[in-house]
Each structure stands twice: as C-alpha cells, then as structure tokens.
Design a protein. Structure first.
Length: 425
C-alpha cells in the first residue's frame, strides 16, 4: 500500500487552490478558507469593507440564520473564528476529524454565501462602531494604529482595518456587493487544512461548494496597491491615561524578501524575549516599564519594525534615551556571537513548537502559497534559521535602524515637545 504524502495541492479549474498537510499523530483538523483581500485593497469610502464582510458572514447566509450558524458550530465542539488583516480575510474552524464535512459545509456557506439582511447590516454597523471605540480606549492599540497610518503616504495603506466611524456608518449594500465582487474571486482563494485530513475528500467538498456559486457578473479584479513611500516623522497624542506609551517604527522590506530571517533575529535580540537587550535594560536593570517589545509587522512587500513600551510619564525622557542608545549600539556594532547562537535556538524552538499545532500548520500552508506560490517545508525554514549570520544581522541593523528613517509616536496625558526631538538613535 503506497505511503500517503504529507503535503498535497490541487488547484481547481477557475477555483481555489486546495492544500492539505496530513499529520498522522493527531485526531483533529484545522481548516481555513483564505481570501487575499484586506484593508489594503480598499479605496476611499471603502475603508473597513473587508472587515465588515468578515462580520456579516456570521449574520446569516442564503440557507442559514445567524442563530443556526452559531448552534451548528457549537454542536461540533469545535472552534470557529475569522479575522481580517491588511492583506487577507480568513475563516477558520478546528474540530474533530469526523466533523470536517459538517464544519466545511458551514464554513464554506458563511464565506461564500452571506446575506446582507438590512436589519442585521445596521445592527452590525453598531457592533463595529463599538469595536472602533474599544481600540480608541486601548492606548497601545490606538498608538500602534496611528503609527502605521503616519508611516505611509498612501491613505489606502495606512487606514485602520476596521475602517472609521464615518465610513462604516455610510456603507450601502450595493457598494459592499461591488467591493466583494472585485475581491472575492474564487481563482485567487485558498482552502487549506492540516491534521487528520484526507486530501481528495477535501478537494471534492471544495469543488461542490464552489460549483454552487451563482454565475457572477464579470467584474475586473480589484487593483492591488503598490508599495507606498515611507514618511519619517513624529506624532503626539494627548489622552487621559495613566501611562505614557512610546512607539517607534522603522520601514522594512516585506515577507517575500529573503532577508526576513535576519530581520526576525534582529527584532528578537532587540526586544523579542526576556533575555533581549531592551527587556534587560528597560525592565530588569531600570524598572522603567512592565513590558517592552520589538516586533516585525510586515506585509508581503513592506512593513515596520515596531518598538513599544509604556512608562510613568515622569520617566518618558529616560525611556527614550535608553531605547535610543540601545538602537544606536546594535546599529553600530551588531549582535554578539552568543546572541546569535541564542536567537537561532529561540527561533528554531518557536518553529517546532508551532509545528505541533494543526492550526499553525494550516496557516503556514496558506500563507506560503499566497506569498510564494509553493509549499515551504519545515526543514527549509529550519535551515534558513540555522543560516542566520552575524553579518546578516548587522546589515539588517544598519539598514533598518536609520535615525533619519523612523516614525516616533507618543501617547500620554501630556506630550513634551522635547521628547519628540530627542529620540533619534
């Protein structure tokens, strides 16, 4: 009897790519339906439409009410979710393997056949306005959202994923359907599953679901936004909060760029774990902040290295000096050999820990297909991590941590103009 392949891919005619990765040791499966449409694919007055469609998927379809969707998902004992990013919309479910046919039926129904019931549509507008308000009331979320928006000269790239209160309140059903027709295109979608999954069975389910789509009116694909210019600068946001939040953003190449592994190492050494330079200097040595972090926030073709901390307002200047000095040192001298060994092992550990999750494996399948058009084995990624060099990390530090190419954001009860002037590394 032939050994079953772990990874398989079938691209349906005029339909999605179906990707599976079989994990023999598990009895569950994670399934995702991926649409390569997010907030960067929204024009003026369309802001938030990708996110709105994600919400409306759960509010009823042509064959199910919102309550029926909720009850049927709950009966599976599985975990259903959805999210919208700047590049993708994804609908997911994780359940026992024998529930996959039912789970796929519900998930494909909400992803492909939503209704825009007028009452539900108006109700969901109010829900999203509450979500926007929640972000406004969360200082770090508000600051990092504003930092991203300030960093790019293209409003289409910089606007919030949720949209704004003005755009969400003004949605009309006809405009929503037009945006969906341009962006929810079967030939660009991905259906991915990992775990106890039979590839051909999922291919057959997908073919049936997509063959049920009504014949759409021909519509040109939505234009994909190019890479906008980065805009260095500062922003100060006064809010009635207890702490001052500080964020720095440095422009990066995107995830498709081969230097992404060196950049991940740099970010980790800076502030990605408890032994990182910023954590040790800011928290452990000086008690300046409860948490300080460095993260790579990247799309396919561009992104930011983001540094964030929250501090007692009276010590904001000290925090800025400490962070700026650490950035100056690593840009000048790079990482140490001990740090390189440590970060390689840290990243390798994260890779293999994630590989034990069916959900993480499913996400890897879909993202690698959408980004590279191919399957990327874990062994290949592990080899790239092992190949990170001191020279690569130092080049990344020098290229990225440029004092003249930074956007600084400060949110707090008061903003001292001197803070915005003194923070260049």
């Amino acid at each position: 009897m032939p050994v079953k392949k772990a990874f398989q891919c079938t691209i349906l005619p005029d339909g999605p790519a179906v990707l599976t990765e079989r994990m023999p040791a598990v009895r569950t499966v994670s399934l995702g339906i991926w649409i390569p449409a997010g907030s960067r694919h929204e024009a003026s007055a369309q802001e938030g439409m990708a996110h709105f469609w994600e919400h409306m998927a759960f509010k009823g379809t042509t064959s199910r009410t919102a309550r029926q969707i909720a009850l049927q998902f709950d009966l599976l004992g599985g975990l259903a979710d959805a999210y919208t990013s700047r590049e993708h919309t994804c609908f997911t479910i994780r359940a026992a393997a024998d529930h996959l046919p039912t789970g796929f039926d519900i998930l494909s129904d909400i992803a492909l056949f939503p209704r825009l019931d007028p009452e539900e549509m108006e109700r969901e507008k109010d829900v999203i306005l509450q979500e926007i308000g929640m972000i406004e009331d969360t200082p770090d979320d508000r600051l990092l959202e504003s930092l991203w928006e300030a960093a790019w000269d293209d409003p289409g790239m910089g606007h919030p994923i949720t949209g704004t209160a003005q755009t969400v309140s003004g949605y009309e059903a006809s405009d929503l359907w037009s945006w969906r027709a341009a962006n929810y295109r079967p030939e660009s979608m991905v259906v991915a599953a990992a775990g106890a999954v039979e590839h051909q069975a999922l291919v057959d389910m997908t073919a049936r679901a997509f063959s049920s789509l009504p014949q759409a009116t021909p519509c040109p694909p939505a234009s994909r936004a190019g890479v906008p210019a980065f805009v260095p600068g500062t922003l100060g946001l006064e809010r009635d909060v207890e702490q001052t939040h500080v964020a720095m953003g440095f422009p990066l190449p995107g995830n498709a760029d081969p230097g992404r592994f060196a950049r991940a190492a740099l970010s980790t050494i800076l502030g990605g774990n408890m032994s990182s330079r910023l954590f040790q200097e800011v928290r452990e040595k000086r008690g300046l902040a409860y948490a300080v972090s460095s993260d790579v926030n990247a799309l396919a073709d561009m992104g930011l290295l983001e540094i964030h901390a929250a501090v007692d307002p009276a010590r904001t200047g000290e925090l800025l000096d400490v962070v700026s000095e650490q950035l100056r040192i690593i840009a000048k001298d790079g990482a140490t050999r001990d740090e390189l060994v440590h970060v390689r092992e840290h990243l390798r550990g994260l890779l293999h820990l994630g590989a034990e999750s069916t959900e993480n494996r499913m996400i890897r399948l879909a993202k690698n297909h959408l980004l590279f058009g191919r399957h990327v084995p874990l062994s290949e990624t592990a080899a790239k991590i092992a190949g990170i060099t001191l020279e690569g990390v130092q080049k990344a530090a020098r290229d990225i941590l440029d004092p003249d190419r930074m956007v600084l954001g400060i949110l707090g009860p008061t903003i001292d103009p001197a803070w915005l002037r003194r923070s260049r590394p």
